[in-house]
Design a protein. Structure first.
Length: 498
């Protein structure tokens, strides 16, 4: 097994790097102004100066992908390093009351770093389900999280939360800002948002503005819930963890920002900076707020003397938004950059995401790299940086990127197994060839529906579907067979030599 790590980053050594993983929500390539500046060579509509700084001082990977084109299933892949088909819920765990698909003894970002001696924290959007007891204490409630829910104890998540997966501290929203639930939990216990908070039915009669109730519907929530204040609250908790942590113990922070998901309700100001109304749309205001959240976290690392020895990875759960965002496209902003599609799409814009690595004292190179990377790779990379490189059997889909980041040779991925969004598409990437297959929720069929060459077809934005081309029929047949064999056999999708 080829897993090179810097010699002094070993278990128990005080020089282990601090590690921060930032997972944004619904952020595409074109939402980051570094990409617009350097790749599109255009003037950005919204400037993400603080995220840009991480890219300028670190590495921007041009061929990086979320596991799926949607939120919840990607969060499983980030946490475990696994492809989604290894989950008992391959299309994602969407409800607050659904069982978490991650076993308590599975390797996760939390327990891998915790075992390496790190103080660990999860702050932000969870969206992996969990267990809440019925008020009679006899059973766990399983049901819809929409509407009024009586006879369920919402004061504590008894299992399936961050603290069950290796995070010593957690401050989380079960479903981010879109709800329901519209509640915050600290160490899996309800964290009231005000001294007078009650758990109520958040509906059109109980809250204003009505935009608070997202397209996901009404449900149970905190009577003091204010979507515009959530970004400030979460990033403050992240900063509190960083600043309150002893310097002699390394820290690991997984910050899952819910920005820039709907509903788009930006704050008036954030750390003295005007946010609401500062850009052409509320959607773009939320992107700007995300950048200010990143600034807070980086500033906390700098003020505590940690920044130069901190490995920071910034990425997104899926591509950006192009629907239900009035004013964004009209402004000239392109969330997917020069790629076709957006969130929920099997086209590149649905799953090609920003991927930035910053580590001032360790990176051997700076600038842009074009090689295939998945968000699944975060787990093996973090484990290696922490001094506990993982065996391929424990992380069969997670590739350690440290050899690349520290200037050593690294074998690139030969293929990637991806998913589209709610239309149940499957994606098989082999070099520059991309096969999209139609399935269903029960996975009773896998039928090719599109073949693209991403190199020759890039300027056409995946418009030239080669599925019916006679010269490519053998390739389609071969790729389909390979996909099925890899998935059904359960073999590792990363090689044992790195």
């Amino acid at each position: 097994m080829f897993l090179l790590i810097l010699p002094h980053y070993v278990l128990g050594n005080p020089e282990q790097p601090d590690i921060v993983v930032i997972l944004a929500d619904d952020i595409g390539l074109g939402d980051i102004s570094y990409y617009t500046d350097t790749v599109l060579q255009q003037k950005p509509v919204v400037r993400t100066a603080n995220i840009d700084a991480l890219a300028q001082q670190g590495i921007w990977i041009n061929d990086a992908h979320s596991a799926t084109a949607l939120c919840a299933p990607t969060r499983y892949a980030v946490m475990t390093g696994n492809n989604n088909y290894r989950s008992k819920s391959p299309w994602g765990v969407w409800g607050s009351f659904q069982p978490n698909a991650i076993a308590s003894d599975a390797p996760t970002l939390g327990n891998v770093t915790q075992k390496a001696g790190y103080k660990t924290a999860f702050v932000g959007k969870w969206h992996l389900g969990g267990d809440f007891m019925r008020t009679d204490g006899q059973s766990v409630f399983r049901g819809s999280d929409e509407g009024f829910i009586p006879n369920v104890d919402l004061s504590v998540m008894v299992a399936g939360g961050p603290n069950d997966l290796g995070f010593e501290y957690s401050y989380m929203l079960p479903d981010g800002i879109q709800g329901p639930l519209y509640l915050a939990f600290e160490n899996q216990r309800w964290a009231p948002l005000s001294d007078s908070s009650n758990i109520i039915h958040v509906n059109q009669q109980s809250v204003t503005p009505l935009k608070t109730i997202s397209d996901k519907g009404d449900g149970m929530g905190d009577s003091a819930w204010d979507t515009s204040k959530i970004g400030d609250l979460l990033s403050a908790k992240a900063v509190e963890f960083i600043r309150g942590h002893p310097a002699q113990q390394p820290l690991f922070l997984y910050y899952a920002s819910p920005m820039a998901h709907l509903p788009h309700m930006p704050p008036a100001y954030f750390d003295g900076e005007k946010v609401a109304g500062s850009t052409p749309s509320a959607h773009l205001d939320m992107i700007y707020e995300l950048d200010l959240q990143v600034k807070r976290i980086v500033s906390a690392l700098k003020s505590t003397g940690r920044y130069k020895d901190t490995l920071i990875i910034f990425t997104s759960d899926n591509g950006g938004l192009t629907y239900r965002v009035p004013g964004t496209l009209a402004s000239g902003h392109r969330p997917s950059g020069d790629y076709r599609g957006s969130k929920n799409s099997a086209y590149e814009g649905g799953h090609r995401v920003p991927f930035i690595v910053s580590w001032p004292n360790a990176l051997a190179k700076r600038g842009q790299l074009t090689l295939p990377v998945l968000v699944q790779d975060i787990l093996a990379t973090v484990a290696a940086a922490a001094g506990t490189p993982m065996d391929i059997s424990a992380a069969p889909d997670s590739k350690n990127l440290l050899p690349l980041l520290t200037g050593q040779a690294q074998q690139e991925r030969h293929f990637m197994m991806l998913q589209g969004g709610s239309n149940n598409e499957l994606i098989y990437r082999q070099g520059e060839w991309k096969l999209i297959m139609q399935s269903d929720h029960k996975l009773s069929k896998i039928e090719p529906i599109a073949l693209f060459n991403l190199h020759s077809n890039h300027q056409e934005r995946e418009s030239k579907n080669l599925l019916k081309s006679p010269e490519h029929q053998s390739r389609i047949k071969s790729m389909l067979a390979d996909y099925k064999q890899i998935r059904q056999s359960g073999i590792a999708t990363v090689s044992a030599d790195g």
